[in-house]
Write a protein that binds this ligand. Structure first.
Ligand SMILES: *Cc1c(COP(=O)(O)O)cnc(C)c1O
Length: 323
């Protein structure tokens, strides 16, 4: 189902100036419809649903969710059913993300914010399971323990592709980083890396360790104890799906210089963090960084639709297939 993703070297004047090497693992290129990390996280979830002979998968997401988009296509391709509980109004079903999800056969159920907030409550999930008895329920973002082995494969591929010191990755629900941690922890000590997560959302003031906890919750005891990882929380740019104009311009410029497309909600925030950290002298000379490009470019169409970006300044989202 998956082939190894490309690893590419990036050139940028700031890398030369600070004598740092930067490579990018192009998981955005794994599949034209399925956002990179979501594909990896879903792989063993879908395998499980099929092995158990279940009818399909139920999951959760916002109206422009990369996870929902990826899940819809992956289930369509694997010939199982998909159901999504969407936060928002039914009229959102016509947007670029959800109209494709419907096109690929996904059944959408729209709920208000209050209901959506119950998405991890045991009682609510039991009710949902009764409503969809032969479906496998996958949490928001696809971040459950079955997501980890899929993400772990990134580290195994990198082991064959290069040597590096730090792997950077955007963090939303934490499943991506958790999977990378399990794989890196399993390498012999002197082969392990620094894993640097960039929070794309503002953590609540009273829970500034919210994302750390989300990651830890997914890790088995064995992996909770160790690991050379941390999440930097100062690059959310105002909160989830928000971004500053000047950051948007820096991301656009970075795409132009490197030739790699980014969007401002996930991968772009990692780029802002990278540039700021390099300028602040965070990385020693000769440091070797790998960026994980988690995809998410389908989201650009939604941002354009909502007039949050000017289309011609940004890379074009992947071509949708013929309807
Ligand atoms: C979902 C997503 C992430 C965050 O992954 P988590 O496993 O939720 O932390 C990062 N980048 C992109 C493009 C995504 O769609």
């Amino acid at each position: 189902m998956l082939t190894k993703s490309l690893l590419q070297t990036l050139s940028h004047p700031i890398f030369t100036k600070h004598q740092i090497s930067v490579q990018i693992k192009r998981d955005d290129l794994i599949h034209p419809q399925i956002s990179g990390n979501k594909w990896r996280k879903l792989k063993y979830n879908i395998e499980y649903a099929k092995k158990q002979k279940l009818a399909g998968i139920v999951s959760f997401g916002g109206s422009y969710s990369n996870h929902i988009h990826a899940l819809a296509y992956a289930c369509y391709q694997q010939k199982i059913k998909s159901v999504a509980i969407i936060r928002g109004e039914a009229s959102n079903g016509e947007n670029s993300t959800l109209s494709w999800a419907k096109h690929w056969g996904m059944e959408l159920h729209f709920v208000d914010r209050k209901t959506y907030r119950k998405r991890d409550d045991a009682n609510y999930l039991a009710q949902l399971q009764q409503k969809f008895p032969d479906y496998f329920i996958v949490p928001e973002g696809g971040s459950n323990t079955l997501a980890l082995p899929g993400m772990a494969e990134v580290i195994n591929e990198l082991e064959q592709q290069t040597q590096f010191d730090t792997l950077m990755v955007p963090v939303g629900s934490g499943g991506t980083l958790a999977g990378l941690i399990t794989a890196d922890n399993s390498l012999v000590q002197n082969k392990q890396h620094q894993l640097l997560g960039i929070a794309v959302l503002k953590q609540p003031k009273e829970h500034t360790d919210y994302l750390d906890k989300s990651v830890r919750r997914l890790l088995s005891k064995k992996h909770q104890q160790k690991g050379n990882w941390q999440i930097l929380s100062q690059y959310h740019g105002g909160g989830y799906a928000k971004f500053k104009l000047e950051d948007a311009q820096r991301i656009i410029d970075f795409s132009q210089i490197t030739g790699v497309p980014f969007e401002p909600i996930y991968s772009g925030k990692m780029i802002i963090a990278l540039l700021d950290l390099i300028e602040a002298g965070y990385f020693a000379k000769q440091h070797r960084i790998v960026l994980l490009h988690t995809g998410g470019l389908q989201g650009l169409a939604g941002l354009a639709e909502q007039n949050k970006i000017t289309v011609n300044e940004w890379p074009s989202p992947p071509e949708p297939p013929v309807r």
